[in-house]
Ligand binder design. Structure first.
Ligand code: KIV
Ligand code: NA
Length: 266
C-alpha cells in the first residue's frame, strides 16, 4: 500500500473525504488498524492513561514514548504515524521543541509530531515546520493543561469561541498540516472547520470536522472505568479477554489444558 503523506490530508479535505485516526502504542494494534485502512496512527501521550498507568498524561516522558512510537512506526505500512510531544518537552521555547521533534524523527520512524496549544505554541510549530517536519496542532481541551483549565472541561463555549478561533488560526498560520479539536461544541467545530484551510480532526468535537480520532482502548472497550460521552465503543475487548482468562484458569485448574494436542512427544 502507498504510504499516507500530508498531501492525503489536504486532498481529503478538498474532496470531502473523511479522515480516520486511532491512537496506537504497540505494533500489534498498529498492524491491525493499518490493515483496516485507518489513515493515521497517533502515538499519544494518552499512553500515560492507557498503557503506563499514571492516570494522567503529565508524567509521560519523551524517553517513554520513543520505544512505543518506534513499535507503531515499524508496523504501519500505509498509515501516517504521528508522535505526540509530551508535557514539558516543547513549552520552554522553539529550540526545545525542535530538539524534541528531532529526537522523534531520528529515533522512531514517525512521519510527524503533534503538540498542544494554539497561540501559545505558534513559535514552536513554526520552528519545527521550518525544519521540514510536519506538525499536527491540538486546540480546545488540551489534557496537558488540565489543571490550568480547571479539569476536564468543554472548551470553546460562549465567549470562549473567539479564543478557540484565534488558537486554530494560529496553528494554521504557523504551518501545521492539520489540527485536532478536542471536546468543543459541534457548532464551534463546524465554524473552525469552515474557516481553516487545513483539515480539522475531531476528538469529541462532533461530526462537522474533516476527520475523527479516538483513543483506541476506549473505542475497543478495553478501558475499564469511565469513558467520555463522545466515545462510541466498537468492541468489548475487556469482556472478551476477561472471559478468556476465566476459561484458561478453569481449564488449567480442571486439568483440561494442556491436552495431548498441545504437548510434545518424545
Ligand atoms: O494523546 C492522545 O491520545 C491525544 C488525542 C486524544 C488527541 O492527544
Ligand atoms: Na495527547
Amino acid at each position: 500500500p502507498k504510504k499516507v503523506r500530508t498531501r492525503h490530508f489536504h486532498n481529503a479535505k478538498r474532496q470531502g473525504i473523511k479522515i480516520t485516526g486511532l491512537t496506537s502504542y504497540d505494533q500489534l494494534s498498529a498492524a491491525i488498524f493499518d490493515a483496516a485502512g485507518i489513515d493515521f496512527l497517533l502515538v499519544g501521550d494518552s499512553a500515560g492513561n492507557t498503557v503506563l498507568g499514571y492516570g494522567t498524561t503529565l508524567p509521560v516522558t519523551v524517553d517513554e514514548l520513543i520505544p512505543l512510537t518506534r513499535a507503531v512506526a515499524s508496523a504501519a505500512k500505509r498509515a501516517f504515524v504521528i508522535a505526540d510531544m509530551p508535557f514539558g518537552s516543547y513549552e520552554s521555547g522553539a529550540d526545545q521543541a525542535l530538539h524534541t521533534a528531532f529526537r522523534f524523527m531520528k529515533e522512531t520512524g514517525a512521519q510527524a509530531v503533534k503538540l498542544e496549544g494554539g497561540v501559545r505554541s505558534a513559535e514552536q510549530i513554526r520552528r519545527i515546520v521550518s525544519a521540514g517536519i510536519p506538525v499536527m496542532g491540538h486546540v480546545g481541551f488540551t489534557p496537558q493543561s488540565e489543571h490550568g483549565l480547571g479539569g476536564h472541561v468543554i472548551q470553546g463555549r460562549g465567549t470562549q469561541l473567539e479564543q478557540l478561533l484565534a488558537d486554530a488560526h494560529a496553528v494554521e498560520d504557523a504551518g501545521a498540516f492539520a489540527v485536532v479539536l478536542e471536546m468543543i461544541p459541534a457548532e464551534a467545530a463546524r465554524r473552525v472547520t469552515a474557516e481553516l484551510e487545513i483539515p480539522t480532526i475531531s476528538v469529541g468535537a462532533g461530526p462537522h470536522t474533516d476527520g475523527q480520532l479516538l483513543v483506541w482502548t476506549d473505542w475497543a472497550g478495553l478501558t475499564t472505568g469511565r469513558i467520555p460521552k463522545f466515545v462510541k465503543q466498537y468492541a468489548n475487548l475487556a469482556a472478551v479477554l476477561g472471559e478468556a482468562a476465566l476459561a484458561f484458569r478453569a481449564d488449567v485448574e480442571g486439568g483440561i489444558y494442556p491436552g495431548p494436542e498441545h504437548s510434545y512427544d518424545d
